[in-house]
Design a protein around this ligand. Sequence first.
Ligand SMILES: Nc1ncnc2c1ncn2[C@@H]1O[C@H](COP(=O)(O)OP(=O)(O)OP(=O)(O)O)[C@@H](O)[C@H]1O
Length: 782
Amino acid sequence: MPSKSTEDFFDATGDVDIGLSDTNWSATSPISVNTELRIRIKDCHRILTTTFGHSDYKGKQKGIIEAAVAGRDVFVLAPTGMGKSLCFQIPAAADKSGMTLVISPLLALMENQTDGLRRKGVPVASLSSETPANEKQEIHRALMSGQPDFRLLYITPERLASPEFVKLLRIVYRARGLNRLVIDEAHCISEWGHDFRIDYRRIGMFREKFPDVPVMALTATATSSVLNDIIRSLRMSDHDLFIHPFNRSNLFYEVRYASSSDELTKMAEICDYICGLHRKRGKVSCGIIYCRTKNTCNSMSGYLRCKGLSARPYHRGVTPGTLAKTLKEWSTPGGSENGGIDVVVATIAFGLGIDNGDVRYIIHYDIPKSFEGYYQETGRAGRNGAPSKCILYYSRDDLSQVQRWVADSLRDRVQTAEDFQCSGPSQRSVSSLEKLALYAENTDICRHISICRYFGEDIDERDVKGYCDMMCDVCKYPDKTRKRKEKLGGPLLESRTIQSRPPTNVMMNGTRSNVLNENGKRTIGSTTSINPQPVSSITVKKLKITEYSKPLVTKPHNSAASLLKPFKAPFLKREKSTTEIVAASSSTDMETPPLRWSESKSGSSVSRLEPDSAEERINDGIASSAVPNFMLPDIDIELEEPSSGKVPFTMRHDAVNSIRRTIHRMFMEREELWDRLKNTLNVSARYVILSLHSIWSTNPNRLWVFRSPSAHLIASTATEIEFVSIFCFSSTPEGYQERLKKKIVALGLLKNEQPWKDDIGQESYEDAHEAVEILRRLSRCT
Ligand SMILES: Nc1ncnc2c1ncn2[C@@H]1O[C@H](COP(=O)(O)OP(=O)(O)OP(=O)(O)O)[C@@H](O)[C@H]1O
């Protein structure tokens, strides 16, 4: 079979276009379907079900495994969490003799995988600097026998480069015991191989030394040029290329904009988010917070621990023993409820390959250094398919810092390359960071689409639904997201036009690579492409560091602690002008200036919500005075069980806003009601008050910091009421509406004394009392 060099795949720019066609794999398969092969393929399926406990293959696993079993070179480019590990673990475990050699970049990753395999009874070994001497000896002995008794051996690229190890491999090879070479996280070849870990570039020598041993490379993060580079470096030819779509549709991507890095507010906000999630789910949730520096990891995890959350730092400054313990405790199902931990605050040391199915959120405390890093790290979330949130904190201050860091590091690498007279490092790191900043700053294009496009996927913008069903901030709250971006300050980016995708000659969607040659003819695989659109242009922004306006305020947090004085309901009076409304301070707000709610002043930190016409829709039939028509503070509402089909999402969202309005109004009419909640604050709430005081004394817009928590409290209360008292009891939209109306009327009683008493007396106050209970409970959570 003629060699299919990667040049066939890509155009001169080295970029790839990806289309998918689930076509005639069996028709074009070079596998001779002989009995032996069939038996081995059957064995693989048996191992999938019995050893790994999965009922069926996921994505293109079947095709990949069949190609591997048939002895072909295979390249797998598939999203995080797709199940790439099984693509080589199953064929290795199915082999009756010999071993698969796995190159892995990180010791933690090796450990993670070998532990998992051992638990499943698969004979596996790993050789690293951490391997105890006696174990090393045993492995050496096994290799010298030519027929090791383990089916997989995990090593680092550095070990593969050692002549002693290659000698051992030769013995195994001659005894026909070297079944396959696997390069997991193969993008490291291109990312690190040029300078940082040059032994990655030497893996290609394997082909010369052991020419007929098949090679499999797998990665989740390779642009077309990286893919090209890897294939060339590994000297793969006549390989099967499996490309999956990159989209992770169960991940909700959100960017939180900040005008500056106000650490304390950010920490408080993250803490609130996690507390809120635990509360809403009624159980603890597992997550990761990524920080750039070890110090930030320590501060953030210390802060969370102070607040009663079970958090640990994970970075190279922590001893290996403690890191292993942290990983184990974090992987404990049920987290802190079962003696484990809930959140790891980590540097990138905790990334590649970490596989815990039930990770519900990933927070980037600061911007990662590359798009690939961002995608890999967010890829730790939702690996069991459940919806999960990925929040990226973005400020231009922070971006400038990383840009400097990346530029310095590039300069050092250039210097090293000059000193050693070798080829210079690629500029990819700079461009990747630039693209990540563009992604963060773009509030017009769906985040899912932006990510997939970065990795070269060809997407028709009209197909947004196919990629994102309200699973990013841009699609879910476009106006709000744009408004929030205003926090970034003055213009930093200048428009320019670039190609949204490169000229194409590889299509995705097949179980095999579908290659077009320079004449546009397919050389193998199927004959039709799914996405034959012409190259289109989109307008994106180019980074240019300029002066930008000073920070205003960072996003408020909703610590109920701030329900202490000064206590004001953070809503707007109906009668006030919509362009500029001044919320009057009470006489107790001694230190606080009046709060300005301004409609469109550039850089305003307080955004105004559009009058909610949806309110009218839902409140048909409710006494017109029941739901006041004023503007609500701009707060994200996250519904419990967001994907339920029984009541439309918009109806539920509108309902929460109706409830919020009603409660706000009650507090507006009887401000002294806040005093009733004050007593419920606990000790840690007071700690927050102290923290807030320090923000207050330095922040000219401090009033917002104090006032916003009550708005968040009301929003959380409304969300809970909607879910617990309305949604859970309704099976149809009609029933839901009926319940909502009754609830709204009942909430109107909140301004009376009775629902606030322990003995409510009349039954008619029951619903309002329930709301009081929720308010009290939530106000205790800081
Ligand atoms: N056929 C399958 N059916 C169900 N679940 C599967 C299947 N194959 C793999 N999984 C699960 O998918 C999860 C992700 O698998 P794996 O760690 O191999 O992903 P990956 O593609 O290597 O991701 P990453 O690139 O992020 O490391 C694992 O929890 C695994 O158990």
